[in-house]
Structures are given as C-alpha cells and as structure tokens.
Design a binder for this molecule. Structure first.
Ligand code: ADP
Length: 633
C-alpha cells in the first residue's frame, strides 16, 4: 500500500452481496461482462449527453467506445470506456455502497437457502460487484470528464477497498479484472467474443477488442468491433430475436431473469417515437417504496435521462424499457419535459401500449413455455397479477382516463368456486343470475375473514357471488370505479342490501320489525354512545348481529387503514343490525332487567366487531360480560 492510499470499509450490505457473489457457484457467471459493459455504455451515454452543452468534454477523444483488453501474461481482462468517469468521491460512494433503500432489510430477510440463489441477488442488482464472480482482485482506474485527477480503486472483496492517486491519459474508466484461476477462459479471443455476442450484442456503442489475424504467413493483431453497435430498439421488430430482447432487458434492469413479456413499437405521423417496454417476471423487493420509473428517455438515439417520471406515471413504475423520441429537443430538461406537449403524447403512448400488452396477456390464458429448458404451462397474466396487480389498482385510483381499460384487468378473490380462484369483473358479470343488479363485495383483512363474514350470509343464500377484497386499497378502487358494465358496486357491509323478496316475505318482515320495535329502541338507548342506530336486517341468516356503514360512508376498515397511515379520522358511529329470526334476539326481547339487557346488547355489539375482525370496543368489559353470561348470570 502506497503512502497516499486510503483504506475504506464496504457498507455492510455490500459485504453481504460480495460474499454471496464470491462464494456462488452460479453457472452463468459470464454475465459479469454484460453488467460491466452495461455500466460502461451508461457512462458513455452520460458523457454524450453532457457533451451536448459542454463540447470541450469530447476534446482529444471523440470516438466513443468500449474496449476489451486481454493480457495473458498478467492474467487480466480490462473493460475500458471513454465515458464520463468517476471522481475520487464517486469511486468511494458508487463502488462502496448500495444506494437502494431497503436493501439492508432485504438482505436480512433472505434465508441461507435463498442466499444461494444467485438469480435472487441478480434481482437485487449487483451490477459492478458481479466482477467478483470471475476475479479475485479488481482494480478500477478512472478519470472524470473535465478533471485532471485520476484515481484507482482496488479491492479483493474482503471487507475493504483502497483508493489511491493514479495516472490515466484521458477521461473514462478501466476496470481491470485479475481473473481467478478457473476463469482464465475469458482471456481467449474466441470465448470472449462469444460472450459479447451473446450478452452485449445490442449495446449501442462499439465494443472493440484486439484479434489475431493471419495475413499470409504473418500473424497480425488488429482492432475489431465485435457487436452490431446499433441501438436494439432502432432495428426492425422482426429482426430482434427473443434472446436479444432478454439480454437487453437484463442489462437495462440488472435483473438476472428474462422478462415476462415486452412490446416494441414505432409511432409515425405528427409525433415520432420508438418504444421498447418490458414487464419483469418478478417484482423488485422495493417496488412499493420505489417511486422511480424504469424507463430511459432517449432523444434521436442520445441518452437523456434514466428515470423519466414525466413520461411514465408512478403506477407504471414496474415497467422497464426505452423511449426514443424524434420530437423532443436534445437539450430537454425536466422543466421542459413538464411543460412540453410531446411529453403528454409520450406518456399516453406508454400507458396505452402497456395496457394493450396486458390485455393481450390476459386474453392469452395458459400457454406452454420453455422454462429452463423444460416445457411448462404458464399463465403469464396470472403471474403478472400476482406480482404487480396492486400497481394497476393504484392506476385505477390515479388515472381516470385509463379506468375503463384497467377495470377489465383487475382480478379479485371471489366466493365463486369455493373462494380459491380469482376472477375478473367481466366474468363476474357474465355469471350474474337474472335479477341481480349489483356487483357485491366484502372487504376484510384476510381471505378467511372475508369468506366467513356475517355480512354476506344472505347474499350467499340467494346465490349471489361476492368479491372478497383483502387488499387495503381495494375499497378505494371500488369507490373510484363506482360501477362496471353499468352494474354498481355494492358493499355487503354498507347501506341496505335490497335483496329480492316475495310479497309474503315482505309482510313477515314488516310484522317482525313491528314486534321488535321496543327491543330496537331499548338497544339503541343502551348503546347510544357506540352506534348510530339499531335496526333489523335481512343481510344475516346465521349470525345474530352485524355492523354496517351508511351507504356512502367509509367502511370501518377504510377508517382503520387511514388511521394506521397516520391520518386523523374521527370514529364514525355505525348501524347495528339485528337478525330478527335469530334465537338470541328473541331472548334479548325477553330480558326485563335494564342492566342485564344493556350487557347483552353490548355483547351483541362486541361480537359483531369480532366477526368482522375488529377488537371489542372495551376488551376487559367484554371478557367480564362474557364470563358472567357463561356463569349463567
Ligand atoms: P448500478 O449500475 O445499478 O447503479 P453498479 O453497482 O453496477 O450499480 O454501479 C454503481 C455505480 O457505479 C453506477 O451507478 C455508476 O454511477 C458507477 N459506475 C460503475 N461503472 C462505471 C463506469 N464504467 N463509468 C462510470 N461510472 C461507473
């Protein structure tokens, strides 16, 4: 270690990632090259973008390129770029920490078994650190564009790295891999060329390497470009193979799994643009907190920005890909993007094309697909929904213009078929028996609670299917939609249900109500502090009581979700409904002692709370009353 060298420790998460990478027996370790070349291409993109306004940055080295240098004697492979480079501080922060929020939590949550699964680490985005799949020592020398200083970063992935001053002729970065003994194959021209072709052919900058060529008897060495060096999205659709899409997607997203599906499109006319959008197979671990978009914006093939939130709505933040616009100015900034009418057009395209892709997947159903060399039956839309369904629900809420199309893509658990499957709304409507005018739903914390909710007893008896909503956002989604196919959504726990009934049933009901009037009034008096009203109901068949909200009021669950999110929501009194045909209610009517009556009424109220998954209003008082009742008092 030279006297001016500084030692730094890696952030704890980086050490975890490194130990996984170093110890992994990953069979496709050649992906390190894809990751490093992808970083190099990004660095060139950034330089190219800055050079639009700072022309002097290109001076002396105008031909933007990536070079692969093999040194058999030293056992090293160097990935060199003349991109934007890194400063002293950037070397330390970019190659010593993982910036993504929640990465620590993810690392801690992985089991030892999961940690062996390198595709999982891939999803986590190891990027640069994948160099240690093939190297036991990595030396990075970099000079930031516009700076005179060069610095070297070096590490053996053993907890720390060193940074020292260095010499470098021009701007850019050299990543020198001191290859492990069992990774020396990457020093051979042919195997290296194969790997580049396989993993990085789509890279838009030339990737050059020195190759041996026989010229007569003479052995000559010359530089050759080994990739097509043409942006993938600019090639005709039919010419891009599935494999190329897969590798392009992986380099774009740092995902190690192929994408679930993609759409490649060109728009011509008043506006011109090319787009390439991918749906990942798995949600990234930080999907919910992440607000960045995964779509890169290019203007006339020049990279402009990474997370162009202006052209991708937040609810589509799982989409990865590229938009290349012909209309935006090259000097476009976020401020311009926010005002430019082209931005709205592009955003509409991104939304529209993604929805079309999703509609195609939903219509496709189950297909046979090659998964790791084996034919398997897969339903891509179901996979998508399981990972990203929640994002579409956010879309319903935030994107009124897309609501109608999104509604058809929603899936909910349902009482149909025993409650195991999920259904789309169109299928629900198709199954509606004659006479049913509404789409019924019930919301609860989990499927079991929703299925056994007292609120749906009578609906089930009448043969009405009920959607079982367990996601906190579901009720807001339904409130935003209001109806589907002209059928209003009706909560089984709100308002009056208005189930069809015969004249005879109606009369019987009215008579019971008349008889029970005094009991209802007494109960209302006893529970005055807790409920708005006590009334009879035809919602229940087996349970004695339940609580309902006003037709347009917030449900108890919505209130709770808001409160948990830190909102100050006043507790609304709800309506206690009694099942007039239940023996408990008949017994209640017979209790003359007011104190005892009040205890029973309170017990009915509390058990209505329990049945919907809430806690009794006063658990200690509830226990006391229940014990008294059990003791026969
Ligand atoms: P990611 O690319 O997902 O951000 P990496 O671990 O691959 O994660 O790289 C970390 C960061 O290091 C990059 O975001 C970039 O800022 C910087 N970096 C890596 N390689 C280069 C390079 N060749 N030139 C300039 N910067 C680089």
């Amino acid at each position: 270690m030279s006297s001016t060298a500084e030692k730094h420790s890696f952030q704890a998460e980086v050490n975890e990632v490194l130990s996984l990478v170093v110890n992994s027996l990953y069979s496709h370790r050649e992906v390190f090259l894809r990751e490093l070349i992808s970083n190099a291409a990004d660095a060139i993109d950034q330089l190219n973008f800055r050079a639009l306004t700072e022309h002097e940055l290109l001076q002396g080295d105008r031909e933007l390129r990536i070079e692969l240098l093999r040194d058999e004697a030293a056992g090293t492979l160097t990935i060199r770029d003349n991109g934007v480079g890194m400063t002293h501080d950037e070397l330390i922060s970019h190659l010593g920490t993982i910036a993504r929020s929640g990465s620590k939590k993810l690392m801690q949550s992985l089991t030892a078994e999961q940690k062996k699964d390198v595709t999982l680490i891939g999803q986590f985005g190891v990027g640069f650190y994948s160099a240690f799949l093939v190297a036991d020592r990595v030396t990075v020398t970099s000079k930031k564009a516009g700076s005179d200083e060069a610095w070297t970063w070096e590490s053996q992935a053993k907890g720390d790295f060193e940074v020292r001053p260095a010499e470098r002729a021009g701007r850019g970065t050299d990543i020198v891999l001191h290859l492990k003994d069992d990774a020396k194959e990457y020093l051979q021209e042919w195997s290296l060329r194969d790997v580049v072709r396989k993993y990085s052919d789509y890279v838009r900058w030339p990737i050059r390497m020195q190759v041996e060529r026989k010229d007569g008897d003479e052995q000559k060495t010359e530089w050759q470009t080994v990739n097509q060096a043409r942006a993938l999205w600019t090639r005709p659709k039919g010419e891009v193979t599935d494999e190329q899409h897969e590798e392009f997607y992986k380099s774009l997203s740092h995902d190690w799994q192929p994408p679930l599906a993609w759409t490649h499109f060109k728009v011509e006319g008043t506006h011109e643009l090319t787009g390439l959008l991918y749906l990942p197979e798995k949600a990234p671990f930080d999907l919910v907190e992440r607000k960045k978009s995964g779509v890169k914006l290019f203007v006339k093939r020049v990279f402009i920005m990474d997370d162009a939130q202006e052209i991708v709505p937040e609810w589509l933040r799982f989409v990865r890909g590229v938009i290349d616009s012909e209309d935006l100015p090259l000097n476009v900034s976020r401020e311009i993007l926010q005002k430019d009418a082209t931005t709205r057009f592009i955003k509409k395209q991104v939304i529209g094309r993604t929805l079309t892709l999703l509609e195609e997947l939903a219509a496709e159903g189950e297909i046979e697909r090659d998964v790791d060399g084996e034919k398997q039956k897969v339903d891509r839309y179901r996979t998508f929904w399981g990972e990203f369904g929640r994002m579409l629900k956010e879309g319903v809420y935030h994107e009124p213009e897309a609501r109608e199309r999104l509604a058809k893509l929603l899936r909910f658990s349902t009482t149909h078929g025993g409650g195991a499957a999920q259904t789309g709304l169109a299928d629900y409507v198709a199954r509606m028996p004659e006479g049913q005018k509404s789409i019924y739903y019930v919301a609860a914390d989990n499927l079991a609670a929703a299925k056994s909710s007292p609120h749906i007893e009578a609906l089930a008896k009448h043969g009405h299917e009920v959607l079982l909503m367990t996601d906190a956002i579901d009720e807001w989604v339904v409130d935003a939609l209001r109806e589907f196919d002209d059928k209003p959504f009706v909560s089984a726990a709100k308002g009056a249900l208005e189930l069809p009934e015969s004249e005879e049933e109606k009369q019987q009901k009215e008579q019971r109500e008349q008889e029970l009037k005094p009991v209802l009034e007494r109960a209302q008096h006893a529970l005055e502090a807790l409920v708005k009203q006590v009334r009879t109901t035809d919602r229940l068949t087996d349970s004695p009581a339940c609580l309902v909200s006003d037709e347009h009021g917030m449900s108890a669950r919505q209130e709770r979700v808001l409160r948990e999110a830190g909102h100050d929501v006043p507790q609304q009194k709800r309506i206690l409904e009694l099942n007039a045909t239940h023996p408990v209610v008949a017994k209640l009517a017979g209790i003359e002692d007011e104190a005892r009556f009040a205890d029973w009424a309170a017990l009915l109220y509390d058990q209505a709370l329990l049945a919907e998954g809430s806690l009794p209003s006063d658990p200690a008082a509830f226990s006391r009353r229940l014990a008294n009742l059990m003791a026969g008092n």
